[in-house]
Design a binder for this molecule. Sequence first.
Ligand code: BT5
Length: 337
Amino acid sequence: MGARRLLRILEEAAPGFVSGEAISARVGLTRAAVWKQVEKLRAEGYRIEARRREGYRLRSDSAPFHGQAIARAREEATMNAIGGTIHYFPELDSTNTRARELAREGAPDGTCVIADRQTQGRGRLGRTWISPPGVNLYLSVILRPALAPIEAPTITLATAVALADAVEAATGCTPEIKWPNDILLGRKKAAGVLTELEAEQDRVHFVIVGIGVNVGQVEFAEDIRSFATSLRLAAGREVSRTRFAASLLDAMERRVGSLLTEGFAPIREAWSARAAYRGERVRVALGDTTVTGVLRGIDERGQLVLEDAEGRPIEIIAGDVHSLRPDDPWAGTNAAP
Ligand code: BT5
């Protein structure tokens, strides 16, 4: 039995105890062998409580947050095509910047960079991603897909779908995706994706997919308070960063894998099923340009499709979606995107 299997059993039972006997029975090992595996996990930093009559229990605050712990929490069936190597840092300026450096040095497809905090976390269009330590996930994945640069946005959309899968599994809530890649819970933003590309005319060298997830944060800075949330706030209970990171890597492996083998159609469908504001009138802003229409979905390239007053489709490559409902967190013209 791998310690991974034991960890899974303890996680399923947490915060309850599992008896040594029950574990032995499930994994077909002696209790002494189970004890050895418990010691192994403890040596990695997991806090496992042992009580004579009740057995073992994984403490909720227990999971250490670093590459090895995340790798161990992943599903056994995955190939670790994404996250096969995880570079973990207590602090970075930006995981995307570090990932780009590693990619230029030749780091293989699927390599990940994770930081506990970022001092210069970046959003799209030069914006800032607020990245405090100890509570959230800041992750960048290096991908070297066989895609043309024009198809690269589909990677971001596949990532948004994977994020939604993992957020739903962790919280039990139903996330929505605000085009192109914000994850909303109760219409507030819990996660965002920043994709950066290095390419020639017809060939992608690498894509850096940067993901920021508010996992355990409960207080937000004044300027984002009205529209920011976290998995913990939405779920109403603690969510383990380590387990969430593992589950997100598993989901990315599935969704990005599906994109590269089956094409964009299944991602487009999954994305559309979670689209925020579908059928509603929205305003999309890019710089000084604004377009208004009913949000219909995304086309076969991943562009946003609105419908104008005459029923004609409008395709949009980039921009920020705002609601036209006054009570929506994404309403007013000044609402930060
Ligand atoms: C995004 O940009 O949503 C992409 C965020 C990507 C962050 C990850 S973290 C790991 C990797 N390394 C990086 O340096 N970046 C990536 P955008 O759609 O432009 O949204 C940015 C806006 O969201 C800001 O202008 C704020 O208004 C708001 N914001 C900033 N921090 C936030 C947070 N922690 N939670 C919710 N909203 C936030």
